[in-house]
Design a protein around this ligand. Structure first.
Ligand code: MN
Ligand code: MN
Length: 278
C-alpha cells in the first residue's frame, strides 16, 4: 500500500464510483483577523493519515465506503468569480447524485455551497456549528465576509439551525431576537435533533472549527474562549446518524496557528465520523 498525503486517507475511489466527493477550497480572502485558513484542507488531509480508518463508535470503516478526493478547487479572480466556481462545482457533484465533503478555507465559502445545493434541492435544512453567529449584514464593507455568511445563507434558505454560538455584535443579537432565529449557545441535543428530524428534509452541516474551545482547536483565525471539547462535539454529531445528510463542510482550520496539529487532527476525525455517517 502507498500513502498520498495530498489526499484524505483511503479516498481512492474514482469520481464515477464515488458516493461521496471530497474537495477543498483554499480561500481566505475575507478573513477579518488572521488569515491562513487557505491551507486548512492540506493540513486536514495530512493529519487524516495519523488516524485509524475504523470508527469504534459507528462500527464502520472508511474502507466500506466509496469516496474520492478531488483536492483543491482551482480558484482565481474576484470573490464573485470564486463563488461562482464553488457554486458550479457543488451543483455538478450533487447533480451526479453524490454527497459532498468540503474543506475550507474560511466560512464565507458556505454561501456559494448553499447556493449550489439550492439548485439541486428545493428544500433542505442547514445546521451550523460555530462560536460566532456570522449574522452581520456587512463586515468591513463586504456583505460576503465570513462574518456575514449565515445572514446570506438565510436569504437563500431560512431553515437554518445555529449551535455553539457564544459571540456576535449587538446588531446580530437584535437580529436574532427580532427574527426568532433558532440559535443556541449549546450543541444540538436529542430534542433539537428530534425537532429537525420532524421536518423530514435533507440536511447540510457546516462546521466552523472555532465552535470548539481554543484548547481543542487553537489553529483558527478567530478563536473564542468558552467553547466545547472535542468529545462534546463528537457526541453531538453522532446524534445526526439517522438523518438524511447530503454533505458537510469543515471551515476555518488555519494550520499556521495550530499547535502539534491538534486542530488538523480533530478536523480530520470530524471528517472521518461524518463521512461514515453520510
Ligand atoms: Mn463561522
Ligand atoms: Mn467562527
Amino acid at each position: 500500500m502507498f500513502i498520498d498525503l495530498s489526499t484524505y486517507m483511503l479516498a481512492d475511489s474514482t469520481y464515477s464510483n464515488a458516493d461521496i466527493v471530497i474537495f477543498s477550497i483554499p480561500y481566505d480572502g475575507t478573513t477579518s483577523f488572521k488569515p491562513g485558513a487557505r491551507d486548512g484542507g492540506k493540513s486536514i488531509r495530512e493529519a487524516s493519515w495519523g488516524l485509524e480508518s475504523y470508527s469504534p463508535i459507528l462500527d464502520k470503516d472508511l474502507t466500506e465506503i466509496n469516496f474520492c478526493d478531488l483536492k483543491d478547487l482551482d480558484i482565481y479572480g474576484s470573490q464573485k468569480d470564486i463563488f461562482n466556481m464553488i457554486e458550479n462545482e457543488v451543483k455538478r457533484i450533487l447533480k451526479d447524485n453524490k454527497k459532498i465533503c468540503i474543506f475550507g478555507g474560511e466560512h464565507s465559502i458556505t454561501y456559494p455551497i448553499v447556493k449550489g445545493i439550492k439548485e439541486e434541492y428545493d428544500d433542505f435544512v442547514v445546521v451550523q456549528f460555530d462560536a460566532h453567529a456570522d449574522l452581520r449584514d456587512e463586515y468591513l464593507g463586504n456583505k460576503f465576509s465570513h462574518a456575514c455568511v449565515m445572514r446570506r445563507v438565510r436569504e437563500i434558505n431560512n431553515k437554518v439551525f445555529q449551535f455553539g454560538i457564544r459571540s456576535g455584535d449587538k446588531e446580530e443579537w437584535e437580529f436574532i431576537k427580532k427574527n426568532n432565529i433558532y440559535l443556541k449557545s449549546t450543541l444540538p441535543s436529542k430534542e433539537d435533533i428530534e425537532y429537525i428530524k420532524e421536518l423530514n428534509l435533507p440536511v447540510y452541516l457546516t462546521v466552523d472549527i472555532d465552535v470548539l474551545d481554543p484548547a481543542y482547536a487553537p489553529g483558527t483565525g478567530t478563536p473564542e474562549p468558552g467553547g466545547y471539547s472535542s468529545r462534546e462535539l463528537f457526541n453531538s454529531l453522532y446524534l445526526f446518524k439517522d438523518l438524511d445528510i447530503i454533505g458537510f463542510d469543515i471551515v476555518e482550520v488555519a494550520p499556521i496557528y495550530d499547535i502539534a496539529n491538534i486542530t488538523a487532527i480533530t478536523a480530520a476525525k470530524i471528517a472521518r465520523e461524518l463521512l461514515l455517517i453520510l
